[in-house]
Design a protein around this ligand. Sequence first.
Ligand code: XMP
Length: 511
Amino acid sequence: RILILDFGSQYTQLIARRVREAHVYCEIHPCTMALADIVAWQPRGIILSGGPSSVQDPGAPTVDQGLFDLGIPVLGICYGLQLMTHLLGGRVAAAEHREYGRALLHIREAVGPFLPFAGEQRVQEVWMSHGDRIEALPPGFRVLAASDNSPLAAIGDPARHLYGVQFHLEVVHTPAGSEMLTSFVRGVCGCHGQWTMSSYRETAVAAVRRQVGKRKVIAALSGGVDSAVTAVLIHRAIADQLTCIFVDNGLLRAGEAEKVAAVFANYLKIPLRVVDARSRFLQALAGVTDPEQKRKRIGGLFIEIFEEEAQAIGGADFLAQGTLYPDVIESISFKGPSATIKSHHNVGGLPERMRLQLVEPLRELFKDEVRELGRELGMPEDIIRRQPFPGPGLAIRCLGEVSGPRLEILRRADRIVMDEIREADLYDHIWQAFAVLLPVRSVGVMGDSRTYDETIALRAVESADGMTADWAHLPYDLLERISSRITNEVQGVNRVVYDISSKPPATIEWE
Ligand code: XMP
């Protein structure tokens, strides 16, 4: 397995994803991890990430120099390369020109199994983003590749298995980057690439059995893929010691509650307690227009209902949660947890209140791995490929007051959006598409009469992880169909607008 030490780069997660794609297990730890802990972790190889600092800065993050004497292969990326150079006696200085964007890399030498490129492949497009650069090699190192602006763009000391690259091989703008990372983790570090979801399934089932023993677990389904895979995996491990609850809060999309119930009951044969709490949620939301208030009330009521249900089955010892690796990284990363932009509604607060321990079998996985695991568990594709849907549901897409009639308008509009996106074969290609109901009335004309109705905003984004997103460039004829169907078929809406904001500075959901 591979250890990735994080120096605060926005790309560190991507390094981990690429390594996992090579079927090699890896974890990200902060660069402050003690040398003794690193040794105890027994990595086959270590990757030093990029980062925003300059090695010359006072207080710049660093590592114990002993790291390079362990005999474990090390790959430094950008800041990681500069730090390695600096610590091992080379020279790093501010480059005359900041280099940012695409560059051509000329590979001079493939040393051992690293950078195994031949012939025309020796010229590769790579992605640069740095202010400092290497001016002099540390003793023992040689140049493996150069770009116009970085004569020392890749360097290595094959005898000590130390390598470094100035460019970012983890981003898609370095097309051969995955191949380069694979050559490091497999070729240089000797990892075999046995990390697959079918072996993970067995390990995870055994781990759940060990953790839970004969005790009881309770799980809440949201309809999304993470909570569903969590429940199925735990059910596989402990069968009827697990109770699954699905709260119909009235904030779901058209047909959703029925679908989840049917899949669990008929297809997966996992008993599900469906709680109809539609009127309780509407009551709790009556008169509330502030987004954070909506989220808090929904979260609070969810906890209340969950406690009631737990009591009804005579209590539980564990709570299942579909926490994924990116959430874990977020809370341990070198930069520290980021500021709260929105209070996300998971089942936060519950474990303390009910004195439950957590079972989180997906804690080590990325979203694409969760989907793969779902397939290994025999789950249906339409659950596995489902676009993300927020816990507070349509309430945060119904701007202004959430009422039964307004939710119904939104649900109808949303169904049209989903149908048309599926029809256009775009469902699997975009991260999320949905309708938002705005409390903005405008004048329209229908037949011979004047209308004064509300507005639907259409939101469709492309994203790799939901952290950043671009608005999707949907074809005009698709936009036209969606707009005309909504204004014709949904009473109460006379105008449709398309949201062309990216995240940042906007967010994906409107509240
Ligand atoms: P934002 O709006 O913050 O959303 O750009 C990023 C991603 O997270 C989803 N989202 C949520 N998911 N509970 C969830 O489980 C929530 O409270 C929540 N709020 C937003 C959103 O749909 C998008 O995919």
